[in-house]
Design a protein around this ligand. Structure first.
Ligand code: ADP
Length: 298
Protein backbone atom coordinates (compact mmCIF):
# COMPACT_ATOMS: atom_id res chain seq x y z
CA UNK A 1 0.00 0.00 0.00
CA UNK A 2 1.31 3.45 -0.95
CA UNK A 3 1.70 5.65 2.17
CA UNK A 4 -0.76 8.54 2.51
CA UNK A 5 1.96 10.64 4.19
CA UNK A 6 5.66 10.59 3.29
CA UNK A 7 8.16 12.76 5.09
CA UNK A 8 11.82 12.61 4.14
CA UNK A 9 14.73 14.34 5.86
CA UNK A 10 12.49 17.15 7.08
CA UNK A 11 14.24 20.09 8.71
CA UNK A 12 12.81 23.18 10.34
CA UNK A 13 15.15 25.72 11.87
CA UNK A 14 14.09 28.83 13.77
CA UNK A 15 17.30 30.84 13.58
CA UNK A 16 19.81 28.78 15.53
CA UNK A 17 17.14 26.46 16.99
CA UNK A 18 16.98 23.18 15.12
CA UNK A 19 13.38 22.37 16.08
CA UNK A 20 13.22 19.51 13.55
CA UNK A 21 16.53 18.20 12.34
CA UNK A 22 16.19 15.55 9.65
CA UNK A 23 13.07 13.54 10.34
CA UNK A 24 11.66 10.82 8.05
CA UNK A 25 8.53 8.70 8.38
CA UNK A 26 5.70 7.17 6.38
CA UNK A 27 2.07 6.72 7.40
CA UNK A 28 -0.43 4.35 5.82
CA UNK A 29 -4.12 5.14 5.33
CA UNK A 30 -6.13 4.30 8.44
CA UNK A 31 -3.17 4.29 10.80
CA UNK A 32 -2.92 6.18 14.06
CA UNK A 33 0.58 7.58 14.03
CA UNK A 34 1.75 8.99 17.35
CA UNK A 35 4.70 11.27 17.85
CA UNK A 36 5.74 10.70 21.42
CA UNK A 37 8.29 12.79 23.24
CA UNK A 38 8.81 15.39 25.96
CA UNK A 39 8.20 19.14 25.72
CA UNK A 40 10.40 20.84 23.17
CA UNK A 41 11.06 17.63 21.21
CA UNK A 42 9.65 19.11 17.99
CA UNK A 43 6.17 17.52 17.91
CA UNK A 44 4.16 20.72 17.36
CA UNK A 45 6.58 21.89 14.68
CA UNK A 46 6.16 18.65 12.68
CA UNK A 47 2.37 18.73 13.00
CA UNK A 48 2.12 22.41 12.05
CA UNK A 49 4.22 21.69 8.96
CA UNK A 50 1.93 18.80 7.97
CA UNK A 51 -1.08 21.08 8.45
CA UNK A 52 0.49 23.57 6.03
CA UNK A 53 0.95 26.25 8.68
CA UNK A 54 4.74 26.45 8.78
CA UNK A 55 7.27 26.69 5.97
CA UNK A 56 9.84 23.93 5.88
CA UNK A 57 13.58 24.66 5.92
CA UNK A 58 14.31 21.60 3.75
CA UNK A 59 13.17 18.06 3.03
CA UNK A 60 10.22 16.41 1.29
CA UNK A 61 6.63 16.34 2.56
CA UNK A 62 4.09 14.44 0.46
CA UNK A 63 0.46 14.09 1.54
CA UNK A 64 -1.86 12.05 -0.72
CA UNK A 65 -0.51 13.04 -4.14
CA UNK A 66 0.48 16.53 -3.13
CA UNK A 67 3.75 18.13 -2.12
CA UNK A 68 4.60 20.96 0.25
CA UNK A 69 4.97 23.84 -0.30
CA UNK A 70 3.58 24.05 -3.84
CA UNK A 71 0.29 22.15 -3.28
CA UNK A 72 -0.53 23.71 0.09
CA UNK A 73 -4.14 24.57 -0.84
CA UNK A 74 -4.87 20.97 -1.92
CA UNK A 75 -3.24 19.62 1.21
CA UNK A 76 -5.32 21.86 3.46
CA UNK A 77 -8.50 20.51 1.83
CA UNK A 78 -7.56 17.01 2.97
CA UNK A 79 -6.63 17.89 6.51
CA UNK A 80 -8.34 18.60 9.80
CA UNK A 81 -6.02 20.22 12.33
CA UNK A 82 -6.68 20.49 16.03
CA UNK A 83 -4.03 22.68 17.66
CA UNK A 84 -3.01 22.30 21.29
CA UNK A 85 -5.04 25.34 22.23
CA UNK A 86 -8.09 24.93 20.06
CA UNK A 87 -10.19 28.09 20.17
CA UNK A 88 -13.72 27.36 21.24
CA UNK A 89 -16.14 30.15 22.08
CA UNK A 90 -16.93 29.74 25.75
CA UNK A 91 -20.04 31.92 25.55
CA UNK A 92 -21.56 29.81 22.77
CA UNK A 93 -23.29 26.47 23.29
CA UNK A 94 -21.79 23.19 22.10
CA UNK A 95 -24.04 23.16 19.03
CA UNK A 96 -23.34 26.81 18.23
CA UNK A 97 -19.61 26.19 18.30
CA UNK A 98 -19.89 23.30 15.86
CA UNK A 99 -22.20 25.35 13.65
CA UNK A 100 -19.60 28.11 13.62
CA UNK A 101 -16.88 25.74 12.38
CA UNK A 102 -19.15 24.16 9.80
CA UNK A 103 -19.82 27.62 8.40
CA UNK A 104 -16.08 28.26 8.08
CA UNK A 105 -15.89 25.09 5.97
CA UNK A 106 -19.05 26.11 4.07
CA UNK A 107 -20.92 22.95 4.90
CA UNK A 108 -24.54 23.00 3.76
CA UNK A 109 -27.20 22.90 6.46
CA UNK A 110 -28.58 19.56 5.24
CA UNK A 111 -25.13 17.93 5.34
CA UNK A 112 -24.44 19.47 8.75
CA UNK A 113 -27.67 18.03 10.14
CA UNK A 114 -26.74 14.56 8.87
CA UNK A 115 -23.25 14.66 10.37
CA UNK A 116 -23.74 16.31 13.72
CA UNK A 117 -25.86 13.67 15.48
CA UNK A 118 -23.55 10.68 14.83
CA UNK A 119 -20.55 12.76 15.89
CA UNK A 120 -22.29 13.93 19.06
CA UNK A 121 -23.36 10.39 19.87
CA UNK A 122 -19.94 8.92 19.20
CA UNK A 123 -18.35 11.37 21.62
CA UNK A 124 -21.26 11.12 24.08
CA UNK A 125 -21.71 14.88 23.95
CA UNK A 126 -25.24 14.53 22.61
CA UNK A 127 -26.98 15.28 25.93
CA UNK A 128 -24.88 18.45 26.26
CA UNK A 129 -25.76 19.97 22.89
CA UNK A 130 -27.22 23.12 24.47
CA UNK A 131 -24.73 23.52 27.30
CA UNK A 132 -22.51 26.60 27.33
CA UNK A 133 -19.03 25.58 26.23
CA UNK A 134 -17.49 27.48 29.15
CA UNK A 135 -19.26 25.06 31.51
CA UNK A 136 -17.82 21.87 29.97
CA UNK A 137 -15.08 19.79 31.63
CA UNK A 138 -11.60 19.72 30.07
CA UNK A 139 -12.24 16.33 28.49
CA UNK A 140 -15.56 17.45 27.01
CA UNK A 141 -13.96 20.57 25.55
CA UNK A 142 -11.38 18.39 23.79
CA UNK A 143 -14.16 16.20 22.39
CA UNK A 144 -15.98 19.29 21.16
CA UNK A 145 -12.77 20.54 19.51
CA UNK A 146 -12.47 17.12 17.85
CA UNK A 147 -16.03 17.27 16.49
CA UNK A 148 -15.40 20.79 15.19
CA UNK A 149 -12.36 19.42 13.34
CA UNK A 150 -14.23 16.36 12.02
CA UNK A 151 -17.35 18.12 10.77
CA UNK A 152 -15.82 18.72 7.31
CA UNK A 153 -14.78 15.04 7.05
CA UNK A 154 -11.02 15.42 6.61
CA UNK A 155 -9.09 12.45 5.21
CA UNK A 156 -6.24 13.13 7.60
CA UNK A 157 -6.74 14.27 11.15
CA UNK A 158 -3.84 16.06 12.84
CA UNK A 159 -4.15 16.42 16.60
CA UNK A 160 -1.56 18.22 18.69
CA UNK A 161 -1.46 16.79 22.23
CA UNK A 162 -5.24 16.33 22.43
CA UNK A 163 -5.07 14.55 25.79
CA UNK A 164 -2.68 16.87 27.61
CA UNK A 165 -4.17 18.17 30.83
CA UNK A 166 -7.32 16.04 30.83
CA UNK A 167 -8.16 13.38 33.39
CA UNK A 168 -7.21 9.70 32.82
CA UNK A 169 -10.79 8.56 32.19
CA UNK A 170 -11.35 11.24 29.54
CA UNK A 171 -7.98 10.43 28.04
CA UNK A 172 -9.00 6.82 27.60
CA UNK A 173 -12.35 7.81 26.16
CA UNK A 174 -10.66 10.17 23.71
CA UNK A 175 -8.37 7.40 22.42
CA UNK A 176 -11.35 5.07 22.06
CA UNK A 177 -13.04 7.69 19.88
CA UNK A 178 -9.92 7.88 17.71
CA UNK A 179 -10.02 4.08 17.27
CA UNK A 180 -13.56 4.35 15.94
CA UNK A 181 -12.64 7.19 13.58
CA UNK A 182 -9.88 5.25 11.82
CA UNK A 183 -12.25 2.36 11.16
CA UNK A 184 -13.90 4.69 8.63
CA UNK A 185 -10.59 5.10 6.76
CA UNK A 186 -9.49 8.38 8.34
CA UNK A 187 -5.76 8.62 9.08
CA UNK A 188 -4.78 10.12 12.42
CA UNK A 189 -1.50 11.86 13.17
CA UNK A 190 -1.19 12.87 16.77
CA UNK A 191 1.28 13.75 19.49
CA UNK A 192 1.54 13.18 23.20
CA UNK A 193 4.05 13.60 26.01
CA UNK A 194 2.49 10.58 27.82
CA UNK A 195 4.55 7.50 27.01
CA UNK A 196 1.78 5.10 28.11
CA UNK A 197 -0.44 6.39 25.28
CA UNK A 198 1.80 4.63 22.75
CA UNK A 199 -0.41 1.55 23.25
CA UNK A 200 -3.27 3.29 21.46
CA UNK A 201 -1.26 4.02 18.32
CA UNK A 202 -0.75 1.66 15.40
CA UNK A 203 2.68 3.20 14.84
CA UNK A 204 4.82 5.33 17.13
CA UNK A 205 7.68 7.69 16.46
CA UNK A 206 9.77 8.44 19.54
CA UNK A 207 10.93 12.02 19.12
CA UNK A 208 13.62 13.90 21.05
CA UNK A 209 15.51 17.12 20.30
CA UNK A 210 14.29 17.30 16.71
CA UNK A 211 15.22 13.71 15.88
CA UNK A 212 13.18 10.52 15.67
CA UNK A 213 14.87 7.91 17.83
CA UNK A 214 12.87 4.93 16.53
CA UNK A 215 9.64 4.25 14.64
CA UNK A 216 7.75 1.04 15.18
CA UNK A 217 4.54 -0.59 16.29
CA UNK A 218 4.09 -0.63 20.09
CA UNK A 219 4.45 -4.41 19.98
CA UNK A 220 7.71 -4.37 18.04
CA UNK A 221 9.24 -1.75 20.31
CA UNK A 222 8.93 -4.21 23.14
CA UNK A 223 9.92 -7.24 21.12
CA UNK A 224 13.13 -5.61 19.93
CA UNK A 225 14.11 -4.24 23.34
CA UNK A 226 17.46 -5.91 24.07
CA UNK A 227 17.53 -5.54 27.87
CA UNK A 228 15.76 -6.94 30.91
CA UNK A 229 13.61 -4.92 33.26
CA UNK A 230 13.18 -5.76 36.94
CA UNK A 231 11.19 -4.26 39.74
CA UNK A 232 12.58 -4.56 43.24
CA UNK A 233 10.32 -4.06 46.22
CA UNK A 234 12.24 -2.87 49.25
CA UNK A 235 12.10 -0.89 52.46
CA UNK A 236 15.73 0.06 52.13
CA UNK A 237 15.92 1.87 48.83
CA UNK A 238 19.22 3.55 49.58
CA UNK A 239 21.07 0.30 50.16
CA UNK A 240 19.68 -1.30 47.00
CA UNK A 241 20.38 1.72 44.83
CA UNK A 242 23.93 1.92 46.13
CA UNK A 243 24.48 -1.69 45.20
CA UNK A 244 22.88 -1.27 41.78
CA UNK A 245 25.09 1.72 41.05
CA UNK A 246 28.14 -0.47 41.45
CA UNK A 247 27.06 -2.87 38.72
CA UNK A 248 28.25 -2.02 35.25
CA UNK A 249 25.42 -3.92 33.52
CA UNK A 250 22.81 -1.64 35.11
CA UNK A 251 21.61 0.90 32.54
CA UNK A 252 18.92 2.77 34.41
CA UNK A 253 17.42 2.98 37.91
CA UNK A 254 14.06 4.63 38.60
CA UNK A 255 12.13 4.90 41.84
CA UNK A 256 8.40 4.20 41.57
CA UNK A 257 6.85 4.54 45.02
CA UNK A 258 8.07 1.57 47.05
CA UNK A 259 9.57 -0.08 43.99
CA UNK A 260 12.80 0.40 42.14
CA UNK A 261 12.69 -0.21 38.40
CA UNK A 262 15.96 -1.38 36.92
CA UNK A 263 17.01 -1.81 33.30
CA UNK A 264 19.89 -4.24 33.04
CA UNK A 265 21.98 -5.79 30.29
CA UNK A 266 22.89 -9.47 30.12
CA UNK A 267 22.65 -10.19 33.79
CA UNK A 268 20.13 -11.81 36.07
CA UNK A 269 19.42 -9.44 38.90
CA UNK A 270 18.87 -12.35 41.24
CA UNK A 271 22.62 -12.99 41.16
CA UNK A 272 23.21 -9.60 42.71
CA UNK A 273 20.89 -9.77 45.68
CA UNK A 274 20.23 -12.14 48.50
CA UNK A 275 17.08 -14.22 48.46
CA UNK A 276 15.28 -11.83 50.80
CA UNK A 277 15.19 -9.07 48.21
CA UNK A 278 12.13 -9.36 46.07
CA UNK A 279 13.05 -8.77 42.43
CA UNK A 280 10.49 -9.42 39.74
CA UNK A 281 11.13 -9.49 36.04
CA UNK A 282 8.60 -7.24 34.28
CA UNK A 283 7.77 -6.40 30.67
CA UNK A 284 9.36 -3.30 29.18
CA UNK A 285 7.19 -0.23 28.71
CA UNK A 286 7.73 2.54 26.16
CA UNK A 287 9.32 4.72 28.84
CA UNK A 288 12.08 2.11 29.33
CA UNK A 289 12.74 2.15 25.61
CA UNK A 290 12.74 5.95 25.45
CA UNK A 291 15.18 6.24 28.35
CA UNK A 292 17.66 3.77 26.91
CA UNK A 293 17.38 5.40 23.47
CA UNK A 294 18.18 8.80 24.95
CA UNK A 295 21.16 7.32 26.73
CA UNK A 296 22.20 5.97 23.31
CA UNK A 297 22.89 2.53 24.70
CA UNK A 298 21.47 0.78 21.68
P1 ADP B 1 6.98 20.11 21.30
O1 ADP B 1 5.71 20.26 20.55
O2 ADP B 1 7.54 18.72 21.22
O3 ADP B 1 6.91 20.61 22.71
P2 ADP B 1 7.94 22.27 19.61
O4 ADP B 1 7.82 21.80 18.20
O5 ADP B 1 6.90 23.19 20.12
O6 ADP B 1 8.11 21.01 20.57
O7 ADP B 1 9.34 22.99 19.79
C1 ADP B 1 10.59 22.44 19.36
C2 ADP B 1 11.67 23.47 19.57
O8 ADP B 1 11.51 24.55 18.66
C3 ADP B 1 11.70 24.10 20.95
O9 ADP B 1 13.04 24.32 21.31
C4 ADP B 1 10.98 25.41 20.74
O10 ADP B 1 11.40 26.37 21.68
C5 ADP B 1 11.39 25.78 19.33
N1 ADP B 1 10.37 26.61 18.62
C6 ADP B 1 9.13 26.22 18.30
N2 ADP B 1 8.48 27.20 17.64
C7 ADP B 1 9.34 28.24 17.55
C8 ADP B 1 9.27 29.56 16.99
N3 ADP B 1 8.16 29.99 16.37
N4 ADP B 1 10.36 30.34 17.10
C9 ADP B 1 11.49 29.91 17.70
N5 ADP B 1 11.63 28.68 18.24
C10 ADP B 1 10.57 27.85 18.19
Amino acid sequence: MEPIVKVKDLKKYFGDTKAVDGISFEILKGEIFGLIGPDGAGKTTVLRILAGLLKITSGIVKISDFYLPQDIAKIKENIGYMPQKFSLYTDLTVKENITFFSEIFQIEKKVFDERIVPLMKMTRLYPFMDRLTGNLSGGMKQKLALISTLIHRPKILILDEPTTGIDPVSRREFWEILQSIVVDGVTVITSTPYMDEAEWCSKVGLIFKGHILQIDTPKNFKKKFPFDVFEIETDDKEKIIKKLNEIKEVIDIRILGKKIRVIIKNKDIKEIFDNKTEAKKVKPIIEDIFITKIKSVY
